[in-house]
Design a protein around this ligand. Structure first.
Ligand SMILES: N[C@@H](CCC(=O)N[C@@H](CS)C(=O)NCC(=O)O)C(=O)O
Length: 228
């Protein structure tokens, strides 16, 4: 099992979508190797072909790209382990939760740390990252991040559904972590590895949940060097 992953200037694997897969692999106790890439090296995965996204895996001659497709592949290929996505309506609701993470958690985080994220990348990636993200946001990185102290409260408020669930159980999935936890955790790990900005108040149940996720699998995610 080979995972293509992104690294920043400090060698931290910061991709939120890769963390979903890393946590899924750990959950299923599947060993893997990692090929570290900068943004500018992504083309090397599929030379001359379409530009793939990170995460991408290779396993027994198969290449799978997109975190959801990868975890479905792991469910099918390692069927002796409990499924993380599974099938039926539970899988559909997880898919809905992934969209919530994308539109609320990731979209909220990026507007608070975009310039910090740029600064954390390898210098070879600075020009590509600035150009692609400024085109996407139609603003400079600095304009996107400006005024974050006035906006972080609204971001924290947007996490209310998670906070309500975490007042009922230690994980979104209940007593033990589920793929829903890994979906949401990826976003917070991305922020933690890319910026020292305090996204969460320390008395927030979401903060305590993030700490629990960092402790999973012998502190797998905590071992990745946080931004300082
Ligand atoms: N839906 C995809 C999204 C993957 C994605 O957008 N990955 C980012 C890194 S987290 C990427 O490859 N970006 C390449 C780029 O911006 O050039 C998934 O969940 O795997």
């Amino acid at each position: 099992m080979l995972l293509y992953d992104l690294v920043n200037a400090r060698g931290a694997h910061f991709s939120p979508n890769s963390w979903r897969v890393r946590m899924a692999l750990a959950h299923k106790q599947i060993g893997y190797q990692v090929e570290d890439l900068h943004f500018g090296q992504i083309e090397s995965i599929n030379p001359g072909g379409e530009r793939l996204t990170i995460p991408t895996i290779e396993h027994e001659g198969q290449r799978v790209t997109d975190s959801w497709a990868i975890v479905q592949y792991l469910d099918q290929t390692f069927a002796d382990q409990p499924a993380l996505i599974g099938s039926g309506s539970a899988a559909q609701v997880l898919r809905f939760f992934q969209y919530w993470v994308q539109t609320t958690v990731h979209a909220g985080i990026i507007r608070l740390i975009l310039r910090d994220l740029h600064d954390s990348l390898h210098p070879d990636d600075h020009a590509y990252f600035r150009a692609s993200r400024e085109k996407q946001f139609r603003k400079t990185l600095e304009e996107v991040q400006a005024g974050r102290d006035d906006r972080v409260g609204a971001f924290r408020e947007s996490l209310r559904p998670m906070r309500m669930k975490l007042q009922e159980s230690p994980f979104v999935g209940g007593e033990v972590p589920s793929y829903a936890d890994y979906l949401a955790f990826g976003g917070f790990q991305w922020a933690r590895l890319s910026s020292s900005y305090p996204l969460l108040a320390e008395d927030d149940p979401v903060y305590a949940w993030r700490e629990r996720c960092l402790d999973l699998f012998n502190g797998l995610a905590r071992q990745e060097p946080a931004a300082n």
